[in-house]
Design a protein around this ligand. Structure first.
Ligand SMILES: [Zn+2]
Length: 259
């Protein structure tokens, strides 16, 4: 997540998950601006990016496609949290049992530009990581918020992705006038990191495609393609496990003709 300080107040990009994290954030924002949060922009609909609005502000902006996914969270938050953080919901029932999920107040489908004093925020639909993912470009600062289409220190999460859109996006944002990329998870980074993720996906796509063309069964593909040389971060068993999952999603999408 991140923040842009403007003359109408801070604009948050995504939100923290827990109230104590939101309190810390409010204190940090207070050092940067006297004004209250002007808007929260959701980069996509996943719970770990949106539920913190309940503690911060209802003035939310997102892609139109987030409405369904965020609406789903209203009755299924426990299930979603348990998928990724098995103990968290149980430990923090005090928070999650009564959490008011905040749907976006303003939505768009392709592009939306906010002109606020000397800051411009260009919001563009991208898809890729999720069906309603967007990027937010601040041209004056040469900063690009990538949402979960980029992660550092971990592989990006591919469970609900469209690889075709995602690879196109990474190629496109590498060409943009950007100095600082802000990922959905991990530290800020430069073009080399974006390139590393793109090369990983491209190597996977090309090798998976070759295997499937040769008639290799889906469950054998990962062992055949030796992706270790193309990983965008140092090798570990955990990374390879996720990579095997990424490959199985890639197989399905190639078989279905998505890329
Ligand atoms: Zn996500």
């Amino acid at each position: 997540m991140g923040c842009v300080i403007t003359e109408i107040g801070p604009i948050l990009i995504d939100t923290p998950m827990l109230p104590e994290e939101a309190d810390r954030l409010r204190k940090e924002l207070f050092l940067l601006s006297d004004l209250d949060i002007a808007h929260i922009i959701y980069t996509h609909q996943h719970f770990d990016h949106v539920i913190g609005s309940a503690y911060l502000s209802k003035r939310t902006i997102a892609h139109q496609g987030t409405l369904t996914g965020i609406g789903y969270l209203k009755n299924n938050l426990k299930k979603e949290i348990n998928l990724f953080f098995p103990d968290l919901h149980e430990q923090r029932k005090d928070v999650f049992d009564h959490l008011e999920i905040v749907l976006p107040q303003i939505t768009f489908t392709t592009e939306l530009t906010l002109y606020i004093g000397d800051v411009t925020l260009q919001l563009s639909f991208t898809g890729g990581h999720s069906s309603a993912s967007i990027i937010i470009y601040i041209p004056e600062e040469r900063v690009l918020f990538m949402g979960d289409n980029l992660a550092t220190g971990m592989l990006p999460v591919t469970a609900n992705c469209r690889y075709g859109q995602w690879i196109d996006l990474l190629e496109r944002v590498e060409q943009m006038d950007v100095e600082t990329y802000i990922p959905g998870h991990g530290d800020v980074c430069g073009k080399e990191t974006v390139r590393g993720v793109r090369l990983y996906f491209e190597a996977m796509r090309d090798r998976v495609r070759d295997c499937l063309n040769q008639g290799v069964p889906k469950e054998k593909v990962f062992d055949k393609i030796h992706l270790k040389d193309s990983l965008p971060l140092p090798f570990s068993e955990e990374i390879m496990q996720q990579s095997a999952f990424d490959v199985s999603i890639m197989c399905d999408q190639i078989v279905k003709g998505y890329l």
